[in-house]
Design a binder for this molecule. Sequence first.
Ligand SMILES: [Zn+2]
Length: 296
Amino acid sequence: MYRTRAALALAALLATALLPIPAAAADLNDDGGGTSAQDPTAQDPTAQHPASPDAAAQDSPTQDSPVQASPAPASTTLASSTLVLVNGAHPLEPLDFEPARLADAGSGHRMVPEAAEAMHRLLAAAADAGHFLRVESAYRSYAQQVALYDRYTRQYGAAYAARISARPGTSEHQTGWAADVGLASGECSLLACFGDTEAGRWVAAHAAEFGFIVRYPDGLEQVTGYRYEPWHLRFLGTEAAQEMAALGDATLEDYVERLGRRAEAAARPRYVVRPAPEHPPWYTATFPGWALGLPG
Ligand SMILES: [Zn+2]
C-alpha cells in the first residue's frame, strides 16, 4: 500500500510540475527593487498604489487643484506619458508633438497640469525652507525650439549648440514635463554653479518628493548627451522619481532600461508546482512503484 501511494504521489508530481501559468500571476519584479516596483504597462501608476501619501494627496477632492489622478499611461515612448524618454536618439513622435493640456507652472511658464501642480508645491516647499526659486523656462513648442536651436547654432556653431540645446523634436521641454528653475535673484541662472548654491542643493535633495529628477547629472554627458544642468528638472511622478533615487539610477536612460528588463521578465512564462490531482485506477497500473525503484 505504501509503495502504491508513494508511486502515485511521485508520478503525479512529475506529470504536473511543469505546467505554465500566466505571467500575471507570478512575481514580475526581476531586479530586487522592492515592493514599490511598478509595472510599466500599467495604465495609471498612482492608482496601483493608493496607499502612497502623495498619490492620496493628488487624488484628494478637497485640494483646489484642477488635476485629478493621472490619465497618462506609463509608456516610455508615448510623448504624453510621464515616463517618456526623449533624447538625441529618441525624438518625439510626432516631431512636432504638443501636449493636450498645459497649465501655469510659475512665472507664466507652462507645464502639463500634473507637473505644473507639482512644481508649485516644490517652489512653495523650497520657499518654506528659505530658498526662493522661480521657473525660468518650461514648455517650449516645436517652433520655439527651432528658433532657439537656430539662434544657438548661429551664435556658437553647430557642435556646441548641440551640447547645450536639443535639436527640434528631441527636447524634453516640448513634452511639457520639464522645467528650468533658478534662484529668484537671478544668480547662477542656467549655470552649473546653481548646483553649488544652497537652493540648488535643496532642489537636488528634495526634487523626488515632488516627482522630479535632476535630468542631466554631473559627469554623465556620455549617457544623457547633455552637460551638467542642475537647473533642468523633469517630472516623472513621485513613484518613479523616488524609485530611481532608491535604486540609484542616476539617469532616466538607466531607469528606462530597467523598466524594459522588467517588462521582458514579465512577458516570460513562469512555472509552478501544482497540487497532485486524483488519478484513475489505470494510472497505478501504468506507473507501478517498483518501476520507479521505490522501497517496498
Ligand atoms: Zn531645460
